[in-house]
Design a protein around this ligand. Structure first.
Ligand code: GRF
Length: 197
């Protein structure tokens, strides 16, 4: 299998994947970002498939086609989103059905969306965590592969809670991908206790 990682942010999960020895052949971002500098430092091919718009006129399917063509050209067989900031359209799910993974900083189905950590805190939840799942066209709602809880501490702010969740994501995502690469697809997980919207 040939693994591509899609990034837009700081790339700390990408770092953990590289350090764990996952066979990453390509890193793709939708914008210049620190994660791309990290990829360059790891000597992995890194390509920016730049979004031409962040407004209503964004051609989502056109963008998705450009990105999907690149994945196919490079022989990618498994795609891992790690903080990727563009919601992809149908073309990638047609051609990579069931082979796109995502990690999310909350216990899905609770707190989907971009502001999961802030929403968790705003809600006064005492337990959060992370979810590794197969990505589908509908954001943050594909089959769950692994989840792990993280306590919310009384003095947590968004940055401190997110960082503690990411510590777990860096391990759980790597372990899940490793299992898939080894041909041991993880069983769809049951949400752990405390996971409620
Ligand atoms: C992670 O929390 C991931 O779940 C979310 O974006 C974050 C990426 O972190 N989608 P980093 O850029 O790898 O540090």
């Amino acid at each position: 299998m040939s693994l591509a990682v899609l990034v837009s942010g700081t790339g700390s999960i990408l770092d953990a994947m590289v350090e764990a020895g996952l066979p990453i052949t390509l890193v793709v971002s939708d914008r210049p970002c620190p994660a791309m500098e990290k990829a360059a430092g790891h000597d992995v091919e890194a390509v920016v498939v730049c979004r031409d718009s962040f407004d209503d006129d964004f051609d989502r399917d056109g963008y998705t086609l450009r990105l999907t063509d690149l994945l196919e050209e490079r022989g990618v067989t498994l795609v891992a989103m790690a903080g990727f900031g563009t919601v992809l359209g149908q073309p990638v799910y047609d051609r990579y059905a069931g082979r796109i993974l995502n990690t999310h900083p909350a216990l899905l189905p609770a707190y989907p969306g971009w502001h999961a950590v802030a929403d968790t805190l705003a809600d006064g939840a005492t337990v959060s965590g992370c979810t590794v799942h197969r990505a589908t066209l509908e954001v943050d709602s594909g089959p769950i592969l692994a989840q792990e809880t993280v306590p919310v501490l009384p003095d947590d702010d968004e940055a401190s809670l997110h960082e503690r969740i990411k510590v777990v994501e860096r391990r759980l995502y790597v372990d899940t991908i490793r299992s898939i690469l080894a041909g041991e697809p993880p069983v769809e997980a049951v949400a752990p206790e405390g996971a409620s919207a």
